[in-house]
Design a protein. Sequence first.
Length: 522
Amino acid sequence: MAGSLSVVGRQLGSIWRHFGVNQKVSIVLALVATVALMAGLLAWSARPDYRLLYANLSLEDAAAAQERIEDENIPVRLRDSGRSLLVPAKDVYRARLLLASEGVLKDSSAGFELFEQPKFGLTDFAQRINYQRALQGELERTINAMSGIRSSRVTLVLPQRSLFATEAEKMAKASIMLTVADGETLSGAQVRSIQQLVAGSVEGLTATAIAVTDQHGRLLARGAAQEEGMEAASDQWEIQVKYEELLERKAQEMLDVALGAGRSLVRVSATLDFSRVEKRRETLDTESRVVIGETISTETSSEPGPGAGAGIAPFVQVPVGDPARMTVEQPMSKRKREDINTQYRVPSGQEHTVRQGARVQRLSVAVSVAAAAEPRSEVELQRIANMVRNAVGFVDSAERSDAIEVVEMPFPAAEPETVAQAPWWQAPPAFAFGIGRWLVGGLILLIVWLFSRRALASLMVERAELGAPAGALPESGSEEFGGMLNVGGVQIEPTFDGVARLAEENPRAIAAWITNVSRGAR
């Protein structure tokens, strides 16, 4: 075995000495590239597969969790500006159980667990503050559970109960700041649902008294029932613009179907009234009154008659035989007074009307249609005007005097639209990252194989130049060549065994012999 290895080493050394400089450099580069590629593939395959442990963490929680996990010799990677933690796939559940058992990730918002342990000696004011903190924390946890919201902060203004407080002073208020996850946007329906959720959880709080903003300071919902000043003016302007765009879109869609796309143009100018009008009306129906009670009081009195002081003698009655039983009767007058008190129920009605919001005072509509081959008649233009009137809700009355104008004019030729293509460096990748890694590795292997094949091709000798193959030599005892064979000054038997034995002992002689044979063949 040792002899065979030494022979192979001598043969390789002899072949290496016969190489040129370019061949040697190519072989060395191919070997280095192959070794580097194999080492990279081995390192890449041995690298652990990282999985997401927790996301959307605060920087304080992420730092505490990373420190505790690294204490257990678990590698940690950070992403999303340090708010997401990644660990090897085999350690995900182990790390989660570790953090949960030690309570490393603590919720910054305190809920009703503040009242789990009784605390004596707290004043009524401190109890109210703890209740407000607990209520805010519970609302924050509920909002954070919604999709697309990373975190939230809720601030409540709970008025103190007072006997003489007005209804406005008894109303609660709230403000909410939402931290929206990257790439997510909140729709108007989601914001309104958050307002309704908070309003239904706090006594005396209405949805119109809740202000909602995002982490960039954009106002998502205003928390005032009555707007005043520039803020109200900006909201009114936005409502007017949206209303005009709605009417324009309705009329434009109809004209595009009737006349063709790009053959008409509609513009609407609306005058809206945003004043708030409140009316109270009470009516009484006296004809339909109903008696619900009646009280009658009678008073009777007696007093001397009017003749007592006018010289009229009183009437004296003396019984016969018994003058002691004599009676004297004075003339008296009697009076009687009667009072009747009747109670009625009169049907009445109360009407409380509040007109608030945008009311259309006037509409001005301008319609431009593309000129046809033949000018349109007044009847056709009037037909177009009638269609637009019905589409935008045109009113012509004493209270509203809307106006519409339809004009036919030539439209400029529309230029073909060119789709702007994004630069190649901004185009999305054609393959996923995992597939791309395999493609890059395969491409490198292909390049190495091509270079190696080219280097080896320059070293190989065509079979036709060597003459007969070694296997074609006669066996021992054959008389095909007759006599001995002179190879490099050495006499050997012209058999396969003889040539093989000489190749082991003196490879240079065999190489020189092969060269001479190939030259003679040429």
